[in-house]
Design a protein around this ligand. Sequence first.
Ligand code: SAM
Ligand code: 2KA
Ligand code: SF4
Ligand code: MG
Length: 222
Amino acid sequence: MLKINEIFETIQGEGVFTGVPSIFVRLQGCPVGCPWCDTQHTWEVEDENNIPVRDMMAKSTDTAMWSAMSVSDIFSTLEDCGYTAKHVVITGGEPCMYDLNELTTALNQDGYSTQIETSGTFPIQCSMATWVTVSPKINMPGGLEILASAMQRANEIKHPIAMQKHIDELEQLLAEKPAQPDTQIALQPISQKPRATELAIKTCIDRNWRLSLQTHKYLGIE
Ligand SMILES: C[S@@+](CC[C@H](N)C(=O)[O-])C[C@H]1O[C@@H](n2cnc3c(N)ncnc32)[C@H](O)[C@@H]1O
Ligand SMILES: Nc1nc2[nH]cc(C(=O)O)c2c(=O)[nH]1
Ligand code: SF4
Ligand SMILES: [Mg+2]
């Protein structure tokens, strides 16, 4: 069973798929603890926060409540909601705490494209067709071997930055744990801070990397 914090339909706000109508499946639980994380309500998995699916789907604010769902429960919910998006983004929390092979394979077979947003701190278990966005959490728990294999699997590396140190860390990581030659590299300013944004723009131009903005936050949408 997967522990689901929320399922909703919106526009993908970040990275290469920015602008694509997407169904978001947000999993509960993350032990990484990035100080600037914008989804801290997904960190803890408390048994007393297990609620029925209809209550989870009715949530209107960010809470730590979650529902245990099978892949077939998730399909029933997508059908009940009448979503039109054909791209599914699996995020969290840290989605790779879970084996996502069954979910991503079933979604692909049903005609959905799939994407995972992950920190590279757990082994990535998903269909070959899944687009993997790695937002590498350098010096965080997980270990170098897992991070190295995440870098290899990544279709996109999307690195949140606020200062030069974060860019230096990414460059060192890319030198030591190389990505594939066609992997897209993007910098994402942390929390829309003007100085972070300015630094990201300048560095992206210097290195010919992409800029990823959290466009949903500028738009005030989910
Ligand atoms: C909330 S995380 C969940 C998925 C996974 N745990 C990860 O870190 O990739 C989704 C994306 O949001 C980014 N992110 C989280 N908080 C952010 C913030 N305050 N500013 C910019 N990006 C942020 C993460 O780095 C990641 O790319
Ligand atoms: N619109 C929108 N786009 C997103 N891209 C990545 C998100 C995430 O929280 O993983 C996210 C999100 O929460 N909302
Ligand atoms: S790994 Fe992702 S969900 Fe976990 S704390 Fe960092 S940004 Fe948040
Ligand atoms: Mg988000």
